[in-house]
Design a protein around this ligand. Structure first.
Ligand SMILES: Nc1nc2c(ncn2[C@@H]2O[C@H](COP(=O)(O)OP(=O)(O)OP(=O)(O)O)[C@@H](O)[C@H]2O)c(=O)[nH]1
Length: 566
């Protein structure tokens, strides 16, 4: 009982709210559109936050690799600078010992040989490897200066002790060397004493990292990175960091570190090990791929020329250490410019990897939730819309039934009296004539008795239709009793109202009505007409009473007639 009570209270409340709006369906639609938009905006907001987190995670992942690589490179560069300082100190104040004297004497003895090696103390130092005076003289870049060669050799000897001490096991394996313009070199991976020395020295000074360190090519005397092709390397490529050695205005040579590509591959694989999603690639400053965290460099280029141009334009304005991201076809690209290498790291995250990853799973759940809530919203919209439609049409039916007579479709007594009173008062205010016609079907009881009640109903509906067709717009008719009708005619005199009544009478009486197959009936009606002007009274009830008296008179006088006098 309590439940049904609260349901009906709720129903009434909804009905009251709905009745305030002319078109409740529109209100329901609007409400659901607002809820739909609200839930979509919320989901979209979640998606934006998720996207931000995804971008940050991609950046962090690349940032970790970039930091590790930068830290390692920084360590190596620090070593390189330390070696250069050692050489500079040695050039400033060369040490003269038995060993240096022996080294210089050996050099003087061997300097014309096509190749030579000074193996002073191999347990504590690295061998010095050199080429002939002739070789040096044939190259415009090289210069065996008699004034400085001995000082340089003794300084290089000191460096060879330090280099020998440096730890061999590195996180990022590399080769350190000093290539002198005076025709000798020192390397952490010394060659045997054979003709190979000439080829090695030639390759060292022929590579771009050497010539790029000349005062003309490197006026700032800064560290430079180069990416060169080395046919002896398994991958054919090598990355080199080089700095010039200058003293007293003379360019002595180049101190350099080079990294085999394999070591960079291994480094990237280890650095990117924790993050299983995506591939990290190291590119040089001309956007050539160098190394990858994948098994090997891709056989086909990862990017088309326009895509590379897009990356290049994003990176051009960036400073060292900057990072950014780009969307390319179905891939998400994150890039980071390294602090200690003139190139950049690029992380490629494909859509497939993204979908399988954590963010992909969350995005799918979010999309499914949004679709489910939208589906449920749509289902409830259909139900509520139907409910509201039903309530609205029910309300309209009830409202109609409260005011109209269902049989004749004319106003019922209550609604008619209310309207008639209103119209009479309006006419009174505007001093217009106002008339009332009272109509009653003749001998209607006999039709009921003879043909049945349903036939009687048919006659009543027919008479009402005749009535409705006959009066003018502005006139109002109602069923005020069983077979009694009343018509009010605003702005109509008694004479005009009498004519209207006469017209209705003729129409009703002129047509045979088919009651059932083979049975027709001709009906008639009597009319009483009254007017406000003749009584100087606009009270509707009194005017109707006058009209009713005259109707009675018409009945008395033989029915089927109009009476407008007492
Ligand atoms: N079929 C039908 N009959 C109705 C309805 N309302 C009233 N009546 C009948 O209408 C009849 C009216 O009869 P009376 O008032 O005696 O008048 P009459 O037979 O029309 O005779 P006069 O008015 O003197 O011409 C009654 O028999 C009522 O039962 C209705 O809605 N349907």
């Amino acid at each position: 009982m309590a439940v049904s009570g609260s349901v009906s209270v709720f129903g009434n409340a909804i009905q009251r709210v709905i009745s305030r709006f002319k078109n409740p369906q529109k209100v329901v639609n609007l409400c659901f559109i607002v809820v739909f938009l609200f839930s979509t905006v919320l989901t979209w907001r979640e998606a934006v936050v998720l996207e931000g987190a995804y971008v940050s995670s991609q950046r962090n992942s690349l940032d970790n690799v970039a930091t590790l690589l930068d830290r390692q490179l920084q360590h190596n560069i620090d070593n390189l600078l330390f070696y250069r300082n050692s050489m500079l100190y040695a050039l400033q104040s060369p040490i003269s010992t038995d060993k240096t004297r022996k080294t210089l004497a050996d050099f003087d003895a061997l300097r014309t040989q096509p190749y030579w090696q000074l193996r002073l103390d191999l347990n504590r130092s690295l061998p010095m490897n050199g080429v002939s005076d002739e070789f040096v003289n044939n190259s415009p870049l090289l210069d065996r200066d008699e004034q400085t060669i001995h000082t340089e050799l003794s300084s290089a000897l000191e460096l060879s002790y330090i280099m020998r001490l440096s730890h061999q096991t590195q996180t990022l394996p590399r080769r350190m060397f000093y290539a002198s313009r005076s025709g000798f070199f020192l390397t952490s991976t010394p060659p045997p004493n054979d003709p190979q020395i000439v080829a090695l020295y030639y390759r060292l000074v022929a590579q771009p990292y050497f010539s790029s360190q000349s005062p003309a090519n490197n006026p700032d005397r800064a560290l430079k990175w180069t990416h060169t092709f080395n046919p002896e390397s398994t991958t054919g490529q090598i990355i080199t960091a080089a700095i010039p050695l200058d003293y007293n205005g003379r360019w002595y040579g180049v101190l350099a570190l080079d990294y085999p590509i394999d070591s960079l591959h291994t480094f990237l694989q280890q650095a990117h090990n924790e993050d299983h999603e995506g591939t990290v690639l190291l590119y040089d400053n001309e956007l050539n791929p160098i190394a990858t965290s994948a098994q090997s460099l891709p056989l086909h280029p990862m990017f088309t020329a326009p895509q590379l141009a897009q990356i290049a334009s994003a990176v051009t304005a960036a400073k060292a250490g900057d990072e950014g991201e780009l969307r390319m076809d179905s891939r998400f690209i994150t890039w980071a410019k390294l602090n200690n290498y003139d190139g950049l790291l690029i992380k490629v995250h494909t859509l497939e990897e993204g979908v399988q990853g954590e963010f992909g799973r969350i995005s799918i759940v979010l999309s499914v939730l949004w679709m489910l809530s939208t589906l449920m919203l749509f289902a409830s919209w259909v139900v509520i819309r139907r409910l509201v439609n039903n309530m609205f049409s029910l309300q309209q039916t009830l409202t109609w039934r409260a005011n109209y007579d269902t049989l004749t479709r004319l106003y019922n007594r209550g609604a008619f009296f209310e309207l008639a009173r209103k119209l009479s008062q309006e006419c009174k205010q505007q001093a217009q004539p106002f008339s009332v016609i009272q109509m009653d079907l003749d001998l209607f009881k006999s039709i009921n008795d003879k043909y049945g009640h349903s036939s009687g109903d048919k006659v009543l509906a027919h008479a009402a239709a005749m009535l409705s067709d006959a009066f003018r717009q502005g006139d109002v008719a109602g069923r005020v009793g069983g077979e009694e009708f009343c018509i009010v005619l605003p702005d109509t005199s008694l004479e005009e109202a009498t004519k209207v009544a006469e017209r209705i009478r003729v129409r009703i009486n002129s047509k045979e009505l088919l009651l059932k197959q083979g049975t027709t009936v001709r009906i008639s009606a009597s009319f009483g007409v009254s007017s406000a002007f003749e009584f100087d009274d606009y009270d509707f009830e009194r005017l109707q009473s006058h009209a009713d008296h005259r109707l009675y008179k018409a009945k008395q006088e033989g029915r089927n007639r109009v009476c407008h006098t007492d």
